[in-house]
Design a binder for this molecule. Sequence first.
Ligand code: AMP
Ligand code: TRP
Length: 332
Amino acid sequence: MDRIFSGIQPTGDLHLGNYLGALRNWVALQHKYECIYCMVDMHAITVWQDPKELAASTREVTAGLIAAGLDPDHNVLFNQSAVPAHAELAWVFNCVARLGWLNRMTQFKEKAGKNKENASVGLYAYPNLMAADILVYKATHVPVGEDQKQHLELTRDIAQKFNNDYNQNFFPLTEPLIFGEATRVMSLRDGNNKMSKSDPSENSRINMTDGLDDISRKIRKAKTDPEPLPGDRKALESRPEAANLIDIYAALSDQSTADVCSKFEGAQFSSFKEELTELAISVLGPVGEEMARLVKDPGYLDSVLRTGAERAKAIANPILDDVYDIVGFLRP
Ligand code: AMP
Ligand code: TRP
Protein backbone atom coordinates (compact mmCIF):
# COMPACT_ATOMS: atom_id res chain seq x y z
CA MET A 1 0.00 0.00 0.00
CA ASP A 2 1.13 3.55 -0.66
CA ARG A 3 2.52 5.31 2.38
CA ILE A 4 3.42 9.00 2.67
CA PHE A 5 6.24 10.36 4.82
CA SER A 6 7.49 13.92 5.09
CA GLY A 7 9.47 16.00 7.52
CA ILE A 8 9.98 19.59 8.53
CA GLN A 9 12.70 21.16 10.64
CA PRO A 10 11.47 22.72 13.89
CA THR A 11 13.63 25.83 13.59
CA GLY A 12 12.53 29.43 13.25
CA ASP A 13 9.13 30.50 12.02
CA LEU A 14 7.03 28.58 9.54
CA HIS A 15 6.71 30.69 6.40
CA LEU A 16 4.72 30.90 3.19
CA GLY A 17 7.26 28.66 1.39
CA ASN A 18 6.70 25.88 3.94
CA TYR A 19 2.96 26.40 3.66
CA LEU A 20 2.70 26.34 -0.14
CA GLY A 21 5.59 23.95 -0.83
CA ALA A 22 4.75 21.44 1.88
CA LEU A 23 1.95 21.85 4.45
CA ARG A 24 -0.93 22.49 2.06
CA ASN A 25 0.05 19.48 0.01
CA TRP A 26 0.30 17.35 3.14
CA VAL A 27 -3.23 18.36 4.04
CA ALA A 28 -4.45 17.49 0.54
CA LEU A 29 -2.96 14.00 0.80
CA GLN A 30 -4.19 13.10 4.28
CA HIS A 31 -7.40 11.36 3.27
CA LYS A 32 -5.98 9.58 0.25
CA TYR A 33 -3.05 7.81 1.89
CA GLU A 34 -1.65 6.66 5.20
CA CYS A 35 0.44 9.72 6.17
CA ILE A 36 3.32 10.12 8.62
CA TYR A 37 4.58 13.66 9.29
CA CYS A 38 7.64 14.34 11.40
CA MET A 39 9.22 17.34 13.17
CA VAL A 40 12.85 16.52 12.38
CA ASP A 41 14.58 17.81 15.51
CA MET A 42 17.64 15.62 14.87
CA HIS A 43 18.11 17.32 11.52
CA ALA A 44 17.74 20.70 13.22
CA ILE A 45 20.83 20.23 15.42
CA THR A 46 23.10 19.74 12.39
CA VAL A 47 23.53 23.49 12.92
CA TRP A 48 23.53 25.04 16.40
CA GLN A 49 20.12 25.31 18.11
CA ASP A 50 19.40 26.86 21.46
CA PRO A 51 17.88 23.96 23.47
CA LYS A 52 14.96 25.99 24.86
CA GLU A 53 14.11 27.37 21.45
CA LEU A 54 14.32 23.93 19.83
CA ALA A 55 11.78 22.51 22.28
CA ALA A 56 9.47 25.51 21.81
CA SER A 57 9.79 25.35 18.02
CA THR A 58 8.97 21.65 18.00
CA ARG A 59 5.65 22.41 19.68
CA GLU A 60 5.06 25.46 17.50
CA VAL A 61 5.59 23.58 14.24
CA THR A 62 3.30 20.81 15.50
CA ALA A 63 0.69 23.51 16.15
CA GLY A 64 1.29 24.82 12.61
CA LEU A 65 0.62 21.44 11.05
CA ILE A 66 -2.62 21.02 12.97
CA ALA A 67 -3.68 24.62 12.30
CA ALA A 68 -3.03 24.14 8.57
CA GLY A 69 -5.60 21.35 8.63
CA LEU A 70 -3.82 18.08 9.47
CA ASP A 71 -5.98 15.87 11.65
CA PRO A 72 -3.76 14.46 14.43
CA ASP A 73 -6.09 11.49 14.95
CA HIS A 74 -5.94 10.49 11.33
CA ASN A 75 -2.23 11.16 10.63
CA VAL A 76 0.86 10.18 12.57
CA LEU A 77 2.48 13.41 13.89
CA PHE A 78 5.62 13.07 16.01
CA ASN A 79 9.13 14.35 16.64
CA GLN A 80 12.02 12.43 15.16
CA SER A 81 14.16 12.00 18.29
CA ALA A 82 11.26 10.21 20.03
CA VAL A 83 11.64 7.28 17.61
CA PRO A 84 15.21 5.93 17.90
CA ALA A 85 14.79 3.69 14.82
CA HIS A 86 15.55 6.74 12.62
CA ALA A 87 19.04 7.14 14.09
CA GLU A 88 19.66 3.40 14.07
CA LEU A 89 18.81 2.97 10.40
CA ALA A 90 20.80 6.13 9.61
CA TRP A 91 23.94 4.42 10.92
CA VAL A 92 23.40 1.48 8.57
CA PHE A 93 22.92 3.98 5.73
CA ASN A 94 26.14 5.78 6.70
CA CYS A 95 27.76 2.50 5.73
CA VAL A 96 25.77 2.10 2.50
CA ALA A 97 26.03 5.64 1.05
CA ARG A 98 29.33 6.61 -0.60
CA LEU A 99 31.35 9.74 0.17
CA GLY A 100 31.19 10.67 -3.50
CA TRP A 101 27.38 10.76 -3.35
CA LEU A 102 27.32 13.11 -0.37
CA ASN A 103 29.98 15.32 -1.95
CA ARG A 104 27.49 16.15 -4.69
CA MET A 105 24.76 17.47 -2.34
CA THR A 106 24.16 21.13 -3.15
CA GLN A 107 22.36 21.88 0.13
CA PHE A 108 25.47 20.94 2.11
CA LYS A 109 27.54 23.29 -0.02
CA GLU A 110 25.03 26.11 0.51
CA LYS A 111 24.66 25.55 4.24
CA ALA A 112 28.32 24.92 5.01
CA GLY A 113 29.32 28.04 3.06
CA LYS A 114 33.00 28.88 2.65
CA ASN A 115 34.14 27.33 5.89
CA LYS A 116 33.43 23.67 5.08
CA GLU A 117 36.05 22.39 7.53
CA ASN A 118 34.05 23.84 10.38
CA ALA A 119 30.66 22.32 9.42
CA SER A 120 29.37 19.53 11.66
CA VAL A 121 29.71 15.92 10.52
CA GLY A 122 25.94 15.74 11.04
CA LEU A 123 25.35 18.43 8.41
CA TYR A 124 27.37 16.38 5.94
CA ALA A 125 25.63 13.07 6.77
CA TYR A 126 22.18 14.72 6.94
CA PRO A 127 20.90 13.14 3.68
CA ASN A 128 21.57 9.66 5.07
CA LEU A 129 19.39 10.44 8.10
CA MET A 130 16.72 11.80 5.76
CA ALA A 131 16.81 8.55 3.75
CA ALA A 132 16.42 6.65 7.03
CA ASP A 133 13.42 8.82 8.02
CA ILE A 134 11.66 7.77 4.86
CA LEU A 135 12.76 4.17 4.50
CA VAL A 136 12.30 3.14 8.13
CA TYR A 137 8.58 3.30 7.19
CA LYS A 138 9.14 1.96 3.65
CA ALA A 139 7.35 5.12 2.52
CA THR A 140 6.49 5.11 -1.17
CA HIS A 141 5.84 8.85 -1.67
CA VAL A 142 7.34 11.98 -0.16
CA PRO A 143 5.66 15.38 -0.63
CA VAL A 144 8.27 18.17 -0.51
CA GLY A 145 9.25 21.47 -2.12
CA GLU A 146 11.66 21.56 -5.10
CA ASP A 147 14.69 22.11 -2.86
CA GLN A 148 14.53 18.52 -1.55
CA LYS A 149 14.62 16.80 -4.94
CA GLN A 150 18.30 15.92 -4.81
CA HIS A 151 17.97 14.40 -1.33
CA LEU A 152 15.18 12.17 -2.60
CA GLU A 153 17.33 10.99 -5.49
CA LEU A 154 19.96 10.02 -2.93
CA THR A 155 17.30 8.17 -0.92
CA ARG A 156 16.56 6.05 -4.01
CA ASP A 157 20.27 5.42 -4.56
CA ILE A 158 20.65 4.25 -0.97
CA ALA A 159 17.58 1.98 -1.21
CA GLN A 160 18.86 0.49 -4.45
CA LYS A 161 22.39 -0.10 -3.15
CA PHE A 162 21.08 -1.71 0.04
CA ASN A 163 18.81 -3.99 -2.02
CA ASN A 164 21.69 -4.92 -4.35
CA ASP A 165 24.36 -5.36 -1.68
CA TYR A 166 22.20 -7.68 0.40
CA ASN A 167 20.47 -9.26 -2.58
CA GLN A 168 17.00 -8.39 -1.34
CA ASN A 169 13.99 -6.57 -2.71
CA PHE A 170 13.48 -4.83 0.61
CA PHE A 171 13.22 -1.05 0.32
CA PRO A 172 10.87 0.68 -2.15
CA LEU A 173 12.26 3.26 -4.58
CA THR A 174 10.48 6.26 -3.12
CA GLU A 175 8.90 8.85 -5.41
CA PRO A 176 8.92 12.58 -4.64
CA LEU A 177 5.55 14.38 -4.85
CA ILE A 178 6.21 17.94 -5.92
CA PHE A 179 2.98 19.68 -6.91
CA GLY A 180 1.06 22.96 -6.76
CA GLU A 181 1.77 26.30 -8.43
CA ALA A 182 4.45 27.33 -5.92
CA THR A 183 6.90 24.49 -5.41
CA ARG A 184 9.73 26.99 -4.90
CA VAL A 185 8.58 30.20 -3.25
CA MET A 186 11.22 32.91 -3.59
CA SER A 187 12.28 35.68 -1.22
CA LEU A 188 10.14 38.83 -1.43
CA ARG A 189 13.36 40.89 -1.51
CA ASP A 190 15.23 38.92 -4.19
CA GLY A 191 13.49 36.73 -6.75
CA ASN A 192 16.64 34.64 -7.25
CA ASN A 193 16.81 33.43 -3.66
CA LYS A 194 14.51 30.90 -2.03
CA MET A 195 12.23 32.12 0.79
CA SER A 196 13.90 30.69 3.87
CA LYS A 197 13.82 30.65 7.66
CA SER A 198 17.48 31.57 7.74
CA ASP A 199 17.28 34.76 5.63
CA PRO A 200 18.33 37.62 7.96
CA SER A 201 15.74 39.96 6.39
CA GLU A 202 12.30 39.58 8.03
CA ASN A 203 10.80 41.35 5.00
CA SER A 204 11.99 38.52 2.75
CA ARG A 205 9.32 36.14 4.01
CA ILE A 206 5.72 36.02 5.20
CA ASN A 207 5.45 33.99 8.38
CA MET A 208 2.39 31.91 9.14
CA THR A 209 1.99 33.80 12.42
CA ASP A 210 2.20 37.26 10.80
CA GLY A 211 -0.75 39.50 11.53
CA LEU A 212 -2.62 41.69 9.09
CA ASP A 213 -0.18 44.61 9.42
CA ASP A 214 2.93 42.52 8.82
CA ILE A 215 1.46 40.77 5.81
CA SER A 216 0.35 44.02 4.16
CA ARG A 217 3.66 45.76 4.89
CA LYS A 218 5.75 42.88 3.52
CA ILE A 219 3.71 42.60 0.33
CA ARG A 220 3.72 46.39 -0.15
CA LYS A 221 7.52 46.39 0.20
CA ALA A 222 8.03 43.29 -1.97
CA LYS A 223 10.48 43.97 -4.78
CA THR A 224 8.91 44.33 -8.24
CA ASP A 225 9.84 45.96 -11.54
CA PRO A 226 8.40 49.01 -13.33
CA GLU A 227 6.54 47.10 -16.08
CA PRO A 228 2.81 46.30 -15.84
CA LEU A 229 1.83 42.64 -15.45
CA PRO A 230 1.93 40.62 -18.67
CA GLY A 231 -0.89 38.36 -19.88
CA ASP A 232 1.43 35.42 -20.46
CA ARG A 233 3.50 33.50 -17.85
CA LYS A 234 6.34 33.05 -20.39
CA ALA A 235 6.92 36.82 -20.44
CA LEU A 236 7.78 36.57 -16.71
CA GLU A 237 10.83 34.38 -17.21
CA SER A 238 13.21 37.33 -17.00
CA ARG A 239 11.18 38.96 -14.18
CA PRO A 240 11.73 36.66 -11.18
CA GLU A 241 10.09 38.90 -8.55
CA ALA A 242 6.93 39.38 -10.63
CA ALA A 243 6.82 35.66 -11.43
CA ASN A 244 7.11 34.81 -7.74
CA LEU A 245 4.20 37.06 -6.71
CA ILE A 246 2.00 35.63 -9.49
CA ASP A 247 2.87 32.06 -8.48
CA ILE A 248 2.03 32.88 -4.85
CA TYR A 249 -1.31 34.36 -5.90
CA ALA A 250 -2.06 31.29 -8.03
CA ALA A 251 -1.19 28.84 -5.28
CA LEU A 252 -3.11 30.72 -2.58
CA SER A 253 -6.22 30.99 -4.77
CA ASP A 254 -5.99 27.46 -6.24
CA GLN A 255 -5.77 28.73 -9.80
CA SER A 256 -3.23 28.11 -12.53
CA THR A 257 -0.60 30.80 -13.10
CA ALA A 258 -1.91 31.12 -16.68
CA ASP A 259 -5.36 32.07 -15.35
CA VAL A 260 -3.87 34.58 -12.92
CA CYS A 261 -1.81 36.16 -15.73
CA SER A 262 -4.88 36.62 -17.90
CA LYS A 263 -6.86 38.01 -14.97
CA PHE A 264 -4.24 40.70 -14.23
CA GLU A 265 -3.02 41.40 -17.77
CA GLY A 266 -1.89 45.04 -18.01
CA ALA A 267 -2.49 45.78 -14.30
CA GLN A 268 -0.02 47.82 -12.22
CA PHE A 269 1.71 46.14 -9.29
CA SER A 270 0.06 48.50 -6.83
CA SER A 271 -3.44 47.15 -7.54
CA PHE A 272 -2.22 43.54 -7.89
CA LYS A 273 -0.47 43.80 -4.53
CA GLU A 274 -3.67 45.00 -2.86
CA GLU A 275 -5.51 41.92 -4.09
CA LEU A 276 -2.63 39.64 -3.14
CA THR A 277 -2.60 41.11 0.37
CA GLU A 278 -6.31 40.50 0.81
CA LEU A 279 -5.95 36.94 -0.45
CA ALA A 280 -2.93 36.17 1.76
CA ILE A 281 -4.70 37.53 4.84
CA SER A 282 -7.84 35.52 4.12
CA VAL A 283 -5.86 32.26 3.76
CA LEU A 284 -3.12 32.69 6.37
CA GLY A 285 -5.03 34.73 8.98
CA PRO A 286 -7.18 31.87 10.33
CA VAL A 287 -4.20 29.45 10.26
CA GLY A 288 -2.03 31.87 12.25
CA GLU A 289 -4.80 32.46 14.79
CA GLU A 290 -5.40 28.75 15.30
CA MET A 291 -1.66 28.24 15.68
CA ALA A 292 -1.47 30.92 18.36
CA ARG A 293 -4.37 29.27 20.20
CA LEU A 294 -2.78 25.79 20.08
CA VAL A 295 0.64 27.00 21.23
CA LYS A 296 -0.98 28.10 24.49
CA ASP A 297 -1.80 24.45 25.20
CA PRO A 298 1.55 22.60 25.35
CA GLY A 299 -0.06 19.71 27.23
CA TYR A 300 -2.30 18.99 24.25
CA LEU A 301 0.57 19.27 21.74
CA ASP A 302 2.74 16.93 23.82
CA SER A 303 -0.06 14.38 23.96
CA VAL A 304 -0.38 14.50 20.15
CA LEU A 305 3.39 13.96 19.81
CA ARG A 306 3.41 11.15 22.38
CA THR A 307 0.64 9.23 20.65
CA GLY A 308 2.25 9.90 17.28
CA ALA A 309 5.62 8.52 18.45
CA GLU A 310 3.97 5.32 19.70
CA ARG A 311 2.19 4.81 16.40
CA ALA A 312 5.39 5.59 14.48
CA LYS A 313 7.39 3.08 16.53
CA ALA A 314 4.82 0.38 15.87
CA ILE A 315 5.48 0.75 12.13
CA ALA A 316 9.23 1.45 12.21
CA ASN A 317 10.50 -1.10 14.74
CA PRO A 318 9.54 -4.27 12.85
CA ILE A 319 11.09 -2.81 9.67
CA LEU A 320 14.32 -2.03 11.56
CA ASP A 321 14.30 -5.58 12.99
CA ASP A 322 14.19 -6.96 9.44
CA VAL A 323 17.09 -4.67 8.43
CA TYR A 324 19.16 -5.92 11.38
CA ASP A 325 18.48 -9.53 10.36
CA ILE A 326 19.42 -8.80 6.75
CA VAL A 327 22.66 -7.09 7.78
CA GLY A 328 23.56 -9.94 10.14
CA PHE A 329 23.37 -8.15 13.49
CA LEU A 330 23.02 -10.69 16.24
CA ARG A 331 20.33 -9.93 18.80
CA PRO A 332 21.14 -12.49 21.49
P1 AMP B 1 12.37 23.09 6.02
O1 AMP B 1 11.77 24.31 6.61
O2 AMP B 1 13.65 23.36 5.30
O3 AMP B 1 12.43 21.93 6.96
O4 AMP B 1 11.36 22.63 4.87
C1 AMP B 1 10.15 21.97 5.13
C2 AMP B 1 9.38 21.75 3.84
O5 AMP B 1 9.07 23.02 3.25
C3 AMP B 1 10.16 20.97 2.78
O6 AMP B 1 9.26 20.13 2.07
C4 AMP B 1 10.67 22.05 1.86
O7 AMP B 1 10.86 21.58 0.55
C5 AMP B 1 9.55 23.07 1.92
N1 AMP B 1 10.05 24.42 1.65
C6 AMP B 1 10.92 25.14 2.40
N2 AMP B 1 11.16 26.35 1.85
C7 AMP B 1 10.42 26.40 0.70
C8 AMP B 1 10.23 27.38 -0.33
N3 AMP B 1 10.84 28.57 -0.28
N4 AMP B 1 9.39 27.08 -1.34
C9 AMP B 1 8.74 25.89 -1.39
N5 AMP B 1 8.88 24.92 -0.46
C10 AMP B 1 9.71 25.15 0.57
N1 TRP C 1 15.45 17.86 4.64
C1 TRP C 1 14.10 18.36 4.77
C2 TRP C 1 14.15 19.92 4.74
O1 TRP C 1 15.11 20.51 5.10
C3 TRP C 1 13.43 17.92 6.02
C4 TRP C 1 13.34 16.43 6.07
C5 TRP C 1 14.05 15.60 6.90
C6 TRP C 1 12.52 15.61 5.27
N2 TRP C 1 13.70 14.31 6.68
C7 TRP C 1 12.77 14.26 5.69
C8 TRP C 1 11.61 15.85 4.25
C9 TRP C 1 12.15 13.18 5.08
C10 TRP C 1 10.98 14.74 3.64
C11 TRP C 1 11.26 13.44 4.06
O2 TRP C 1 13.18 20.50 4.38
